[in-house]
Design a protein around this ligand. Structure first.
Ligand code: DOR
Length: 460
């Protein structure tokens, strides 16, 4: 009997691999009380299934909500090269413990992800070590610009990412001619870190002089972000390329981007929605240092307004771990970045609890939105035939986030000791329960590369 025959037999006999029972399910139509049958990694039945279906495993989900598996579109898992900060194993373990079922990983590793061999090396490292599904960004730079149309179509590639402003690692493309070459070679939505390198260099003296991390958002000011965003949006518009602006941090950019939504999508991070200057720098020091910076309350409010107005398409954590020793270097030599993949869901559920957004909107920003924008095959909704990626959450659970809970090699979170309401309790990746009762239960990491609908066969 082939595997397919076995699945067909199970389907006929209504016997699932996993039954999720009595859940409040976030579907495209609204929140409905449903049972979910998962078979062969996919959702095969939805509705009143108790007594009608049997299953090898069941998850009693009464009182819980089930979101389509959360996809974190921006993480730095540092492998290869920087495994003292993070690994694919620990990073994805943190992801599933935090209710995340899929991730897009960034190319500023060592070596940078610039070639087919670099991408393949990451896919190989993830095989048998990644707890969730994954895809890797290729870095766009002067050295590979002409190959990007081929590179972005490779299996397991999330697309092309460009750093216009230097942040961490050696991946910088700030020159107009290079940016145009990159934009011209490829069709997929291109992701960009938009900070203006010239302005950052001019203004660095400010923080060299003060050595005060509270000046981080003044050095890398809203103008630095706006200038770069305007430049790349204009260039992409002329060339006819779709764009994805990562971690938008300022009111100024949101006002501008609201007029460019036809071709440009917008990502924000939970950090920029939650932390606030100057308080976070006074309290956390360089642990709160990231690029682009966390800004003051007026910017934070503008990001929330942009969520309400529909300008924001996606929430990605920008999980960017650094060691505590690294962070202890005197500012501005301390590296920028904070962990975030494991706290994305708890922090955003707490915002839901406080009435800042609905659970339905959160599902769109963290699952349906990424799937829609990037054309991820079979993900982003709880519907028949889709992958059985499920994030089960208890909206009433009161928990305290702690460093001890964080799986990241770096071992810390900017939310240490924060109390939140709403918590991920179980994570299902393609029908396999990986986390149950807040505990890792999957016997081995079975994450797979994601597939993309947009990818066309390479035209060399
Ligand atoms: O703060 C940041 N850290 N921003 C980035 O764009 C890169 C990241 C990192 O890799 O550490």
């Amino acid at each position: 009997m082939t595997i397919t025959d076995d699945l067909a037999t199970r389907l006929t006999h209504r016997h699932a691999d996993l039954l999720v029972l009595s859940a409040n399910v976030v579907t495209p139509a609204g929140i409905e009380r449903l049972d979910i049958a998962c078979l062969g990694g996919r959702i095969v039945a939805l509705g009143e299934l108790r007594g009608r279906w049997t299953g090898d495993n069941t998850l009693e989900a009464s009182g819980l909500h089930v979101l389509p598996g959360i996809i974190d579109t921006q993480v730095h898992f540092r492998e290869p090269g920087l495994t003292h900060k993070e690994t694919l194993e620990a990073g994805t373990r943190g992801a599933v413990l935090g209710g995340v079922t899929g991730i897009f990983e960034m190319p500023n590793t060592t070596p940078l992800t610039l070639t087919p061999a670099d991408l393949q090396a990451k896919l190989d490292l993830a095989q048998g070590r990644a707890w969730c599904d994954h895809a890797f960004y290729i870095g766009g730079s002067a050295v590979n610009a002409e190959r990007l149309a081929e590179l972005e179509n490779l299996p397991g590639c999330a697309g092309v990412k460009v750093f216009m402003g230097s942040s961490f690692g050696d991946l910088l493309s700030d020159d107009d001619a290079v940016l145009q070459r990159i934009l011209r070679h490829g069709k997929r939505r291109m992701a960009v870190h938009a900070e203006d390198e010239t302005r950052l260099r001019e203004r660095r003296a400010l923080v060299e002089a003060s050595g005060d991390v509270c000046d981080h958002p003044h050095w890398r000011d809203p103008e630095s972000a706006l200038l770069a965003t305007q430049r790349i949006v204009a260039m992409a518009g002329e060339i006819g390329r779709r764009l994805h602006v990562l971690h938008v941090s300022s009111a100024d950019e949101m006002a501008y981007l609201a007029h460019h939504k036809r071709r440009v999508s917008v990502e924000v991070t939970p950090h920029h929605l939650t932390l606030c200057a100057p308080e976070c720098y006074q309290r956390l020091g360089s642990l709160a240092q990231m690029n682009p910076p966390v800004r003051d309350e007026s910017h934070r409010q503008a990001l929330w307004q942009a969520i309400r107005d529909g300008v924001v398409d996606v929430i990605g954590s920008d999980h960017a771990p650094h060691t505590r020793q690294g962070k202890a270097h005197p500012y501005p030599d301390s590296p920028s970045g904070m962990t975030g993949v494991q706290t994305l869901v708890p922090i955003m559920l707490d915002h839901v609890h406080k009435g800042r957004l609905s659970l339905q909107r959160l599902a769109d920003l963290t699952s349906a939105g990424p799937a829609r924008l990037f054309g991820i095959e079979g993900k982003g909704r709880i519907a028949l035939g889709y992958d059985a990626d499920l994030t089960l959450v208890d909206l009433n659970a009161e928990r305290r986030i702690s460093d001890a809970w964080i799986a990241s090699v770096s071992g810390w979170t900017p939310y240490h000791n924060e109390a939140v309401t709403g918590w991920p309790v179980a994570t299902v990746v393609r029908g396999q329960t990986v986390v149950r009762d807040e505990t890792l239960v999957g016997c081995s990491p079975q994450g797979q590369p994601m597939a993309f609908c947009e990818v066309t066969p390479t035209q060399a």
